[in-house]
Ligand binder design. Structure first.
Ligand code: PMP
Length: 352
């Protein structure tokens, strides 16, 4: 794919590396590609980061035909720039596209686009431990029309944001509210797509849980509110009596790349792992029997987020005395070690 590059003549001041936060600062450039019916995806270009003109009747603004991704670039101690399984994110773009009736894109072209934009803004990648450059590819329906149907034109954009360490003060297990009132997705819906509607659907529960002092909500299935789905913007794992269990993918949860990597690492380490339906009652019972050994979330942002406590209909499920478990710590160290280039990447997960 040919990508034209127009460099900014007015570079921005870079933010303080010690105070980056998440998704607040954006780099000097962005990648854009257009789709028009009859032409396909065209005009791949890197241009200065700036507001874009959007027609007030652009379909995405009205009916939410939009998807996104999230991944990171890391600077290794040797100064190399590493991406973690970027082709998996781009395959997931197409999975989201199929569910949202958005035309598919070429995975190799998109990985090339990511590499090119990261190269152009390489000076923005922070190097302090735990920091990274967050990469946000997204697609939205841009056709100006109000009929409810798939759009005939789209924009694919990649923006970049230097982000701080997720755990500046060390890993701290979080408190999670088991959501029994609101639901995120149902079978046959959009749950497995990384589409804007799923995040809109999560806000009210998140705000209410935060008000009560919880970091995030654990979603249950949308029909019986019985089976565990995922937690906030993370997939969820439980270690019960030596076995690691994560909910199976049935179309309602996002197939996380950290989830996939965690399963592969557990298998390699010979730790029993199963993907199956697991009810919140089973977790409560395991806890009551002293067999709930660990619980953790997995996702690009935190990699591993240990869970110290669940609150379920007024009952408290305490996990491992609120401390990080052995498996959680091991997976965290291994994945972050591979991502940062400190550990040898025997899986071939990283790309320079
Ligand atoms: N579930 C949801 C709803 C998410 O938004 C994310 C973050 N992308 C995840 C799970 C974890 O996915 P990944 O490991 O690919 O970041």
């Amino acid at each position: 794919m040919n990508i034209s590059i127009t460099k900014t003549t007015n570079p921005k001041q870079k933010p303080d590396q010690n105070n980056l936060g998440f998704g607040i600062n954006f780099t000097d450039h962005m990648f854009i590609m257009d789709y028009d019916e009859g032409q396909g995806w065209h005009d791949a270009r890197i241009v200065p980061y700036a507001p874009i003109p959007v027609d007030p009747s652009a379909m995405a603004l009205h009916y939410g035909q939009a998807i996104f991704e999230g991944l990171k670039a890391y600077k290794s101690a040797k100064g190399e720039i590493l991406l973690f399984r970027p082709e998996k994110n781009m395959q997931r773009v197409n999975n989201s596209n199929r569910l949202l009736c958005i035309p598919e894109i070429n995975v190799d072209d998109c990985v090339q686009a990511i590499k090119e934009i990261v190269r152009v803004d390489a000076g923005w990648i922070p190097s302090a431990p735990g920091t990274s450059l967050y990469i946000r590819p997204f697609i939205f329906a841009s056709e100006p029309a109000l009929g409810v149907r798939p759009s005939h034109s789209y924009k694919f954009i990649i923006i970049l944001s230097p982000v701080g360490a997720y755990y500046p003060e060390g890993i701290n297990p979080v408190k999670i509210y088991v959501e029994s009132k609101y639901v995120r997705a149902v079978r046959g819906g959009l749950g497995e797509a990384k589409t804007v509607a799923n995040y809109a659907a999560s806000l009210k529960a998140q705000v209410e849980a935060k008000k009560e002092g919880y970091t995030q909500v654990l979603w249950l299935d949308g029909v019986e509110k019985k089976y565990v789905e995922e937690v906030g913007t993370m997939n969820v794992f439980f270690k019960i009596d030596g076995e690691v269990i994560t909910p199976e993918l049935t179309g309602t949860i996002l197939p996380g790349i950290t989830r996939m990597s965690t399963i592969e690492l557990l298998k390699q380490a010979g730790i029993p792992v199963s993907e199956r339906r697991i009810s919140i009652q089973e977790i409560y019972d395991a806890h009551a029997a002293g067999k709930l050994e660990e619980a953790f979330g997995t996702g690009t942002a935190a990699v591993i987020s240990p869970i110290g406590e669940f609150s379920w209909n007024g009952k408290v499920i305490k996990v491992n005395d609120g401390k990080i478990g052995e498996v959680s710590q091991k997976i965290y160290d291994t994945i972050t070690g591979i991502q940062s280039g400190e550990l040898e990447d025997t899986f071939g997960w990283t790309q320079k």
